[in-house]
Design a protein around this ligand. Structure first.
Ligand SMILES: Cc1cc2nc3c(=O)[nH]c(=O)nc-3n(C[C@H](O)[C@H](O)[C@H](O)COP(=O)(O)OP(=O)(O)OC[C@H]3O[C@@H](n4cnc5c(N)ncnc54)[C@H](O)[C@@H]3O)c2cc1C
Length: 402
């Protein structure tokens, strides 16, 4: 029986662990560096493509212990005016959802453990073991060695295992782009949530770009794009200055509400550096990369969790026939086929994200275009909305899962 060692208990690792143990073949062990893997920030947006993956993992619909809700729609504001709004779902399929990530991960891990997966928290992998040129296990920071027939690296965008396995990442030029993340609470946040009406709002104005939504677990989340070029001026230094900066770009009703936020109700910012890239090869003898380790994604239009869960589903399907054996060649061939199956979707998603990012960046930089479009919003808005909806299909649905 094959021993599969998964490194990293994010959505890729937790999803794969559950899918493999549910198949009832092989021994599955999951090691996670953080003493509590669930606390790390991971966003909340799940597209229909991610919901399909949860369904294939047997956990959709989610239980009430995992806070989640359908997104009512998307709205965009430009230079302080609404540009367009679109309702969810766009078609007969499910709506995008906001899902509390710590609760979702806890649920996946509990289900995986109940089905026989061994989980070790606070166990950081620092080295790969090799036998006759093939990866045969890992070394932990405390010196322990764990043997495996296949090591699956789900250790995130700065993956140590990707480097140790010499699997190169082709990185995109996103140097200096950071997301500053805020949590807003208190009575004013409740009124703002009602004003948003369950939608995800994107605001572009005065050279700034940020997004706001009501979190699945209550309160609001605000993500502010911070570019190192600083041509929109330095980020504010105090909660009061942040509040004013957001209000200056928001439509008037929202701006008044933002100015009512109490300073202690503004938590953050948490600074998250954006890294975007794609490994052309996800597999080397004895090791397979999945999730952000194979393809760190832009946070734009919520793709990373979805792609990580879909990687897990496909990898489990491909590995199923070989888990009853521990024959290295068969395991490596199954692992190699995962890259071939997943690359086209990842390439397409990254292309679509680049297109959206380029448009948003043009609007952010070109003040005349923002002013023109916002003045024409009553006429231009519906046309832009129609085109935008058409272009979202792949980012929402992905490719058909094998
Ligand atoms: C600001 C921001 C907002 C986002 N919003 C969304 C969103 O709304 N929707 C969406 O789909 N995606 C979103 N994402 C992307 C999403 O968070 C990631 O794509 C997703 O978490 C990747 O999952 P993963 O399992 O591959 O890696 P991760 O979630 O990064 O998990 C990797 C795990 O590996 C562990 N680890 C690392 N090194 C080691 C080691 N050496 N040994 C053992 N364990 C190790 C880490 O502790 C971690 O728990 C967002 C990302 C950012 C930065």
């Amino acid at each position: 029986m094959a021993r599969i060692l998964i490194v990293g208990a994010g959505p890729a690792g937790a999803g794969l662990a559950l899918a493999l143990v549910r198949q009832g073949q092989g021994q599955v062990e999951l090691v996670e560096a953080a003493p509590d893997a669930l606390g790390r920030f991971r966003g909340e947006g799940l597209m229909p493509s991610g919901l399909e993956a949860l369904e294939r993992l047997g956990v959709w619909p989610l239980p009430p212990s995992v806070p989640h809700r359908p997104l009512a729609g998307w709205s965009f504001a430009l230079e302080g005016r609404p540009l367009f709004a679109v309702d969810e779902p766009f078609d007969a399929g499910p709506a995008c959802h906001l899902v509390d990530q710590p609760a979702l991960l806890r649920h996946l891990l509990e289900q995986a453990q109940a089905a026989g997966c061994r989980l070790q928290l606070g166990a950081a992998v620092v080295g790969l073991l090799r036998q006759r040129g093939r990866v045969s296990g890992v070394e932990l920071a405390d010196g322990r060695r764990l043997a495996a027939d296949l090591v699956v690296a789900c250790d995130g965008r700065s993956s140590t295992l990707r480097r140790l396995a010499s699997l190169p990442l082709e990185e995109e030029e996103e140097a200096g782009l950071r997301v500053l993340w805020f949590r807003l609470s208190g009575p004013a946040a409740g009124v703002i949530a009602a004003e948003l009406g369950g939608r995800f709002l994107t605001v572009i104005g005065g050279g700034d770009s940020w997004a706001l939504f009501a979190s699945a677990r209550g309160g609001l989340q605000l993500g502010w794009l911070d570019r190192a070029d600083g041509d929109a001026g330095a980020p504010p230094a105090t909660p009061g200055a942040w509040r004013e900066r957001w209000a200056s770009a928001a439509p008037s009703a929202l701006a008044s509400l933002l100015r009512e936020l109490e300073e202690p109700a503004i938590e953050g910012p948490l600074r998250l550096a954006v890294k975007v890239g794609l490994a052309p090869r996800w597999q080397a003898p004895g090791v397979l990369l999945l999730g952000d380790a194979a393809h760190p994604l832009s946070p734009l239009r919520a793709q990373g969790l979805n792609m990580a869960l879909r990687d897990a589903v496909v990898a489990a399907e491909r590995l199923r026939p070989v888990l009853a054996t521990s024959e290295a060649a068969a395991i490596d061939a199954a692992a190699a086929s995962v890259t071939a199956l997943r690359l086209p979707e990842l390439q397409a998603v990254q292309r679509d994200q680049r297109r959206e990012a380029a448009r948003a960046e043009r609007l952010r930089r070109e003040g005349w275009l923002r002013v023109l479009l916002s003045a024409l919003a009553p006429w231009a808005g519906p046309v832009i909305a129609h085109r935008w909806v058409r272009e979202q299909d792949r980012l929402r649905q992905g490719f058909p899962l094998p």
